[in-house]
Structure formats: C-alpha cells, structure tokens
Design a protein around this ligand. Structure first.
Ligand code: ADP
Ligand code: MG
Length: 242
C-alpha cells in the first residue's frame, strides 16, 4: 500500500489562548484530491499554514512529510519536500508580466540565481503549457481576469514540480464556467500523481471534486470520509455542529 505523502499526528496550534487547531490527525496520499471542509473560522487556513511551515505548531504533535518526521518545519523545508500553496489572493505581482511572474518565482524557489531572459521565457512557456493555459506571456498580470491570475499562480507553483498542491478556497471569486475549468486542471494534476488539498466550505464542490474529504469544526477533525459515504444533510450537520 502507498504511504501518505503527508500525515499530521496530534497537531495543535494555539493563538494567545485560542486553539485554532486541536489535536489534528490527517493523511493525504499521492494523487489524491482531498477536500478540507469547514465553516469560517474552523481552522482551515491555519492548518494550511502549519503544513506549509508558515506557522509553528504547538509542541507535542508531529508532521510526517514525504517520509521525514518533523515536530515543526520551515517554509523552505515544506517547499523542498514538494509543498506549494495557492493562496486566496494568489500572491502574484500585478505590475509584472505573466512571464516575469512565472520565471522570477520559479528561479527563486528553485534556489538558483536569475538567469537570462531567454531562459526565463522558456520556463514561462513550459509552465503555462502544463495547465493548457493560453495567455499572452507579455500581458500585465494585474490586467488579467481572476481566473487567469489563479492560473498564473498554479503554473508558477508547478514549476517547482510539487508533490502536494494546496488551494485555499480557490473557487471563491470564480464564475461557474471558471470553476468547471479549474476542476479540469485539478483532475489533470491528480492524474500526474500530484496530491491536491482543496480547501472549501461549499458542499456541492466538495462532493463533486473530492475522493475523500475531511471536515473540521472548531479546530478539530470531525470526520474523514468519502462522498459516497455521507449524505448532504449529515455533511451540513458535521460542518455546523447543528
Ligand atoms: P478558516 O480558514 O477555516 O476560516 P482560520 O484558520 O483562518 O479559519 O481561523 C481559525 C481560528 O484561528 C479563528 O478563530 C481565527 O480567528 C484564529 N486565527 C487565525 N489566524 C490567527 C492569528 N494569526 N492570530 C490569532 N488568531 C488567529
Ligand atoms: Mg480561511
């Protein structure tokens, strides 16, 4: 049986007395689309930041990433293990072109020095091709639609050849068509063996896209299961606690 790419064991995170994460156990496997569902304030973004090394978890828990055990890990360790996050604001540079956004970050996160423009161009071209993203590489990213800004962020993340791609509420600002297009991209990445942690509080999309999902409430895992195993009513009850 395949090993999980990532396991959290008893992971907690306290902010000045408030337990944002409370003893989280969680596994995600290579090539799995796993939704993390929960209401506003349930701890979803905090969990992402603990996984990506942005927040240091409380002492006592363990993060196992690609076979290595950590009590805490740094952002660089997470990136080097193959973790990339698409944040809700996409973290793109609006005043730079698509090519600049892609190549700059790709080079930086690969730990190499900036090279020449020709190489930058090649990196950018290869990156957008990976997600079948038809875009003018010289367009200013600030002028793109929300969905295209997101594709810039996804293309950029793929340059580092991630093993786990985390998307924090990626459909929030998308139209229905754009959501469908994003789901195709997700399915394609999954077919290449990339694990996807898809954060959402929307029942319909969790049931449409996930192979498994985990519901958290008040920082605790309520259940990890599959769409076939839980009806919509139960799902809502687990999310809200009512
Ligand atoms: P979600 O992403 O599910 O909406 P968050 O992870 O953002 O939830 O927040 C979970 C809880 O942790 C909330 O009560 C929130 O107020 C608190 N929290 C999140 N980040 C911080 C922080 N940096 N400092 C203090 N409290 C925080
Ligand atoms: Mg959030």
């Amino acid at each position: 049986m395949t090993e999980p790419f990532l396991s959290l064991r008893g992971v907690s995170k306290t902010f000045s007395g408030v337990k944002a994460l409370d003893n989280i156990d969680f596994d995600i496997y290579p090539g799995e689309v796993h939704c993390l569902a929960g209401e506003n304030g349930s701890g979803k973004s905090t969990m992402i930041k603990v996984i990506s090394g942005v927040y240091e978890p409380d002492a006592g828990g363990e993060i196992v990433m690609d076979g290595t055990h950590y009590a805490k890990l740094t952002p660089i360790e997470a990136i080097n293990n193959g973790v990339q996050v698409i944040y809700q604001d996409f973290s793109v540079f609006p005043n730079l072109t698509v090519a600049e956004n892609l190549a700059l970050t790709g080079e930086v996160s690969n730990g190499r020095k900036l090279v020449n423009w020709k190489r930058m161009r090649t990196i950018a071209e290869e990156a957008v091709k990976k997600v079948n993203f038809k875009v003018d590489l010289d367009a200013r990213v600030g002028d793109l639609s929300v969905a295209d800004k997101q594709l810039v962020a996804i293309s950029r993340a793929l340059i580092t050849e991630p093993k786990l791609l985390i998307m924090d509420e990626p459909t929030t600002a998308l139209t229905h068509r754009e959501v469908e297009a994003l789901f195709k991209v997700v399915a394609d990445l999954q077919s290449r063996g990339i694990a996807i942690l898809f954060v959402s509080h929307k029942l319909e999309e969790v049931f449409e896209i996930s192979e498994r999902f985990t519901i958290i409430r008040n920082g605790k895992v309520v259940i990890t299961t599959m769409p076939e195993e839980l009806n919509h009513k139960k799902f809502a009850e687990y999310m809200t606690g009512r």
